[in-house]
Design a protein around this ligand. Structure first.
Ligand SMILES: [Zn+2]
Ligand SMILES: [Zn+2]
Length: 553
């Protein structure tokens, strides 16, 4: 398995001169004409026209005053009176023409100015309305199509990456419809950049993670418009998480997608390499342990992500399965903020059924050497406590302390022992159907009850109760990712692995679930039978699965 360091895209240097994290929020683009400069131009124009009128008035007044003064200065009272009379007459004449001129001038000016003002106001209103419509459409499209990006390095989810100008390398933190332009922004270097999801050319720009960029790190993103579905797979060490991810991913990419007319491709070179390793593991029937990174700079979780595209998938989907290394998970020593919880669509909690102390003492003797060597050493209570703590720190709980994200609780390695199969495997489900075909008609509802009942019988009722309290939307599954003992030379034969993810997709992305032909689950209120300690023995006393279990006790 490739390590987390290899899976995360290598950060490429720190903040460049062309835009720094400190300039976040400040768009390195020219302000749109209709958001400021336009008004300034109009005010300047009006002021110039009024100044001209005022200047005309002042010049006329000064000329008149000077002429009278000249006549008075020439001497003689008769001359002065005459001058005054002439002035009065001239003044009257001048006044009438001046007023007429002034009126004509002002009217002319105003009529020249007014149409401009009116036109500008109409244009301004239209452009602002257009901007608002584009901004509205942009956010509607982003919301309806669930467009989001998830950083491979810090696991943050966001809808708007930081885009990089192809010409000058400036970082555009808010390249979306706003006062810098509706359809495009003009970079400070003069380059025009599409600024809305409505224009596909924006997706062709180089994009980096805004969360990493705040810390001055440039983590490149796969910049195709897509919808990312993040599913953390959590559980103690050796609980079967990696096998589950390997089984689901390999099946989907190798066979399932092609059968449904979809194209599945690992995301980038790192994931391609990881997928090649997974494929080899799948064929040989072995599983590599999740690589745990001790280096604080690296993520403590590794993820497998791949794209799914097809005629009915718009935008294309990116599925990210995050495998959180068991050791760091239980020790709560994560090197990062576990953003994958906050931004997760759903959770898969994997429990090795033989890791429960009661199970080990009751059924441990029935395991072969290969299986007993791979039993998870993590205590299920510790795993759940760690998960709860992480969720409380990272995710948004409602006021009752609940989370609306679906959780699939998986009892892995069900074929480790016949006793486990008799408890919650196919034989148990068949036996349950035999009890009352009407009441217990749904295979997966029966399986859900049997898994809960198993945990109750193994003194883990608290875990079941705690999960149902925190996650109202939950379902229990019994799976076998490898289908037999790991490393016995045979390839993977996964059982019910796809159903786990299918159930999640049915909740979180029904159109993708349809495209994949995912199983539909009943809407019955779970569990269909309330589990209780000892209920299994009472229910199945007269069935085919009873003898084996009773013999083991
Ligand atoms: Zn530029
Ligand atoms: Zn990031």
């Amino acid at each position: 398995m490739t390590s987390a360091a290899a899976s995360a895209p290598a950060p490429t240097g720190s903040a460049a001169a062309s835009g720094t994290p400190a300039s976040k929020g400040k768009e390195l683009a020219k302000l749109s004409y209709f958001y400021g400069p336009g008004f300034a131009d109009m005010v300047r124009l009006a002021r110039t026209v009024l100044d001209n009128i005022r200047e005309d008035l002042a010049i006329t007044a000064t000329t008149t005053r000077r002429w009278i003064r000249n006549q008075c200065d020439a001497g003689g009272w008769i001359r002065t009176i005459l001058a005054w009379l002439i002035v009065a007459a001239e003044f009257l004449y001048w006044m009438s023409t001046a007023v007429a001129q002034l009126f004509a001038g002002a009217t002319f000016c105003l009529f020249m100015l007014l149409p401009q003002m009116v036109l500008f106001c109409i244009l301004e209103a239209v452009m602002l309305l257009f901007g608002a419509i584009v901004a509205g459409l942009d956010s509607i499209v982003t919301h309806v199509r669930h467009i989001s990006y998830v950083c491979e390095s810090c696991h943050a989810r966001f809808t708007l990456p930081v885009y990089v100008c192809a010409d000058c390398g400036a970082k555009h933190c808010v390249l979306k419809p706003n006062r810098y332009g509706a359809l495009r922004h003009v970079c400070t270097c003069g380059k025009k950049l599409s600024s809305t999801v409505l224009r596909p050319s924006r997706a062709k720009l180089e994009a980096i993670c805004p969360n990493c960029w705040e810390s001055g790190i440039e983590t490149p993103l796969t910049n195709a418009v897509n919808r990312t579905i993040v599913i953390p797979v959590v559980g103690g060490e050796s609980s079967g998480k990696t096998a589950l991810i390997t089984a689901f991913t390999t099946d989907l990419i190798n066979t399932r997608s092609a059968a449904r007319g979809l194209t599945a491709t690992p995301d980038g070179v790192d994931k391609q390499t990881m997928y090649a390793t997974m494929s080899a593991d799948y064929t040989s029937g072995t599983v590599a342990k999740t690589a745990t990174q001790q280096n604080a700079a690296n993520a403590s979780a590794f993820s497998m992500s791949f794209f799914l595209s097809g005629p009915k998938l718009n935008p294309e989907r990116r599925i990210q399965l995050v495998d959180i290394a068991g050791e760091t998970f239980v020790n709560n020593a994560e090197n990062e903020q576990q953003l994958q919880y906050r931004d997760a669509d759903a959770l898969v909690l994997v429990i090795d059924p033989m890791s429960l102390p009661a199970a080990r003492s009751r059924f441990g003797a029935s395991l072969d050497a290969g299986d007993s060597g791979t039993i998870s050493s993590a205590r299920a209570e510790d795993v759940l406590t760690a998960l709860n703590n992480n969720l409380r720190a990272a995710a948004q709980l409602d006021r009752h302390g609940r989370l609306d994200m679906p959780i699939a609780v998986v009892l892995s390695k069900m074929d480790e022992s016949q006793h486990l199969l008799d408890r919650f495997g196919d034989p148990a489900v068949s036996a349950m159907k035999g009890l009352d075909a009407q009441r217990y008609g749904d295979w997966f509802d029966d399986m859900d009850f049997l898994c809960r009942q198993y945990l109750y019988d193994m003194d883990m009722g608290d875990i079941v109760d705690s999960i149902t309290q925190t996650f109202p939307n939950n379902r229990f599954f019994a799976v076998s990712a490898i289908g037999h003992t790991a490393g016995d030379g045979r390839g993977f034969k996964p059982k019910y692995v796809d159903d786990v993810i299918d159930w999640i997709l049915r909740h979180k992305d029904p159109s993708l679930a349809d495209a994949l032909g995912a199983r539909r689950f009943s809407n019955a209120k779970l569990p269909i039978v309330e589990p209780a300690v000892g209920l299994y023995d009472t229910m199945f006393a007269r069935t085919s699965v009873a003898s084996e279990t009773n013999a083991a006790i």
